[in-house]
Write a protein that binds this ligand. Structure first.
Ligand code: AP5
Length: 208
């Protein structure tokens, strides 16, 4: 299974990917997680990405495309993968398609998780994550257990200001990939409003 989760910031891509992984037995490839790891390690790539991410801007296409091409060529991704946060621009979608065509494989599903803009700021500003397990919580919608609450961290780009910039980028740069995948007949839309369990059930239905 080769699939992509698309959606605005805070749509629940990371939350749902964690729930779907066991079911499909494929690696979760999140460009956001890969870039945050590079920032933490202090690599050149990390330094370049850090400034873009804090502002809510996209990291340049050539940087992210290179990262993903390298990652999907690894042995664990030969039977499939779940991409989250990539592609995010038309050139990224075209580069991925070229890489898949060259390997003689294609995408099985591209799932768009739809959440209206007015719900996004609340979801983003209330998000906290556990640096030890990677688990994602929300102060109101998915409160953490008491024994981990003290160690939770907030992402640097989860401010209201950066969130507004990220949403703007989503509509101007990422939304154009939707018709690209619609034309290829692989896009499915899933309503991302509701409890995480309800959204998981819709995703499983949509993916099959
Ligand atoms: P990235 O990490 O990919 O961020 P994003 O796409 O903005 O998505 P998020 O991680 O913010 O949200 P999510 O959809 O995973 O939601 P989550 O499940 O956490 O990218 C970050 C940055 O990296 C970008 O801005 C860019 O700079 C750079 N970057 C990454 N990829 C790039 C690329 N390809 N090209 C260029 N630059 C790139 O949920 C959010 C919150 O809501 C959580 O608190 C969760 O608990 C809660 N929640 C989840 N589901 C529900 C629900 N159903 N109801 C209520 N609350 C819910």
């Amino acid at each position: 299974m080769r699939m992509i989760l698309v959606g605005p910031p805070g749509a629940g891509k990371g939350t749902q990917a964690a729930r779907l992984l066991e079911r499909y037995g494929i690696p979760h490839i999140s460009t956001g997680d890969m870039l945050r790891a590079a920032v933490k390690e202090g690599t050149e790539l990390g330094k370049q990405a850090d400034a873009c991410m804090k502002r809510g801007d996209l990291v340049p296409d050539e940087v992210v495309i290179g990262l993903v091409q390298e990652r999907i060529a690894k042995p664990d991704a030969q039977k499939g993968f779940m991409l989250d946060g990539f592609p995010r621009t038309l050139p990224q979608a075209q580069a991925l398609q070229t890489a898949l065509d060259e390997s003689g494989v294609d995408l099985d599903a591209v799932v768009l998780i739809e959440v209206p803009d007015q719900l996004i700021v609340d979801r983003i500003t209330g998000r906290r994550s556990d640096p030890e397990t990677g688990a994602i919580y929300h102060l109101k919608f998915n409160p953490p257990p008491a024994d981990v609450a003290d160690r939770l961290v907030q992402r640097k780009d989860d401010t209201e200001e950066a969130c507004v910039a990220r949403l703007e980028k989503y509509h101007s740069q990422t939304a154009p990939i939707v018709p690209f995948y619609e034309k290829r007949g692989v896009l499915t839309r899933v309503d991302g409003v509701g409890t995480p369990d309800e959204v998981t059930a819709r995703l499983v239905d949509a993916i099959g």
